[in-house]
Unconditional design. Sequence first.
Length: 173
Amino acid sequence: MPDPALTAPVFAAFSAGAAQLERITRLVERWVRFGAECGAAVSAGAAAPAWVAVPGECDGFDSLMWQQFLDEMQKAGNQAALGIGEWAEGVSAVAPHCHAVLAAMDAACAFAAQRNAEIRFRWLILCIRAALPASEAPAHAFLGEYGRMKFVRRLRRTIFYLPLHFTRVMLTI
């Protein structure tokens, strides 16, 4: 039988990781619900609701937790709830409420002001997929600042598949 003194730190770390993942999952679910509520309101001709932050909800999030959160938000089902669809033959698939949801997310989490390259990269990917005009200048700056192929290749690939009106501006990077 393993020595409890040796296995206790492993189990403690696993429990902490599971708790962090649960916090991230709850936050993702809240943003997905918010995106759906915004979409329903805009479809009904009403104004999009305001995001209501829960005090302490994001306290203690480290960079890995924010990266995981943004990775989860980039999954197809979650993107659809935010109003980001697939591009087909240059036709925009972005729902009218999408930019309002991303603006609320940035206001709540300050992703655009991040200095962490991994977090900024993931945020830019999400914004570029949404054809958010405000993502053009930060994408230019990011690609000029970070030359790692890990970032450049994926950003350029994402830009390449955008509709023509947005791509012309972005490909001048």
